[in-house]
Design a protein around this ligand. Structure first.
Ligand code: ING
Length: 311
């Protein structure tokens, strides 16, 4: 018995501030069409795939940034992507800025099935950066200013032949992200990321170190929860700000089985077997047999560090 699935990670090259959404969606449609030609079942697009990474810009009036958000999904700009997905019978993950009818702002991703139905929504839980202009930083990273923390938790869905979950960018740096989905039996975690090559607070940190941390977090999340991970970068230079690529697909063993070679729009495709997640879940990461939750309490009851009082 096997459950083959062809995953296409669709890395995006740079999206400039003045690039119209329609042009950006046309690029995504081109990649979806090429992926479908190569037999893809699911295409994984990136975080904030429809626009430039706008949290790098400070606006005193937050309402000025609403131009970067989608008020409904699909909408006029993204309908062609949904139409193509239905026509080609391809599911997809798409990251974008969500502005709800109640006026709430989230860094959101959706999971769309092969009939172009939105089967799942995720809202980024771990927001990096800061909420006020920080003159000490080489550049701003204002996700805490423009988004609320996600309010949907880390759901997973049984769809397209497997148990699928989503996260977004900084979420991958927190093991809780993968473990919560692992405790729900996730077999494929899809995510997008927009990660600057430079550290705005530490110019000694190299791009190589930040690429290492990207691989480390994805490989650890995959291995420690015996799940596939498919991660799509927004890469290249946007308005002078470089973001690294290295979009990749990671096996439940933690091995990277495919990786992007460029910093442009690029498909990273792998034919996987979701049954390959079973051995790890039944042996080394058989959670029911091995975990000792009586010792884990503070992971979910304590936010920051409390040092033990000296005895
Ligand atoms: N970007 C970065 C990320 O988590 C970051 C921000 C980079 C935080 C490096 C910490 C270290 O990959 C987004 N969009 O979260």
């Amino acid at each position: 018995m096997s459950r083959p699935l062809t995953i296409a990670v669709a890395q995006s090259g740079a999206v400039q501030k003045d690039d119209p959404r329609q042009a950006n969606v046309a690029r995504l449609c081109k990649m979806m069409s090429d992926a479908a030609d190569q037999g893809a079942d699911i295409v994984v697009f990136t975080e904030i795939a429809l626009t430039t990474f706008f949290p790098r810009y400070y606006a005193e009036d937050r309402a000025e940034m609403d131009q970067w958000f989608e008020r409904e999904m699909p909408n006029a700009a993204t309908q062609p992507l949904f139409d193509l997905a239905r026509e080609r019978g391809v599911g997809f993950y798409l990251g974008y800025g969500e502005l709800t009818p109640e006026g709430r702002h989230f860094n959101t991703s959706i999971l769309v099935d092969k009939e172009a139905r939105i089967v799942g929504k995720y809202r980024k839980v771990h927001l990096p950066g800061h909420d006020e202009f920080d003159p000490d930083r080489a550049f701003q990273h204002l996700e805490k200013r423009y988004f609320e923390p996600g309010d949907l938790g880390f759901p997973v869905w049984d769809t397209m032949g497997g148990t699928m979950g989503m996260c977004i960018c900084n979420d991958r740096r927190w093991p809780e992200t993968f473990r919560v989905m692992g405790l729900k039996g996730v077999e494929l975690v899809m995510l997008g990321y927009n990660t600057p090559s430079a550290n705005s607070q530490n110019d000694g940190e190299t791009a190589e170190m930040r690429k290492f941390h990207n691989r480390l977090t994805l490989q650890a999340g995959a291995y420690q929860n015996s799940t596939f991970v498919a991660a799509a970068a927004k890469a290249g230079t946007e308005d002078g700000h470089h973001m690294f690529g290295e979009s990749c697909i990671v096996a439940p063993t933690g091995e990277i089985i495919a990786m992007a070679k460029t910093e442009d729009d690029e498909l990273v495709i792998a034919e996987i077997d979701l049954d390959d997640t079973a051995f790890g879940k039944a042996t080394v990461f058989d959670f029911a047999r091995h975990r000792r939750i009586e010792h884990y309490g503070i992971i979910s009851t304590q936010t920051g560090v409390t040092k033990p009082s000296v005895k």
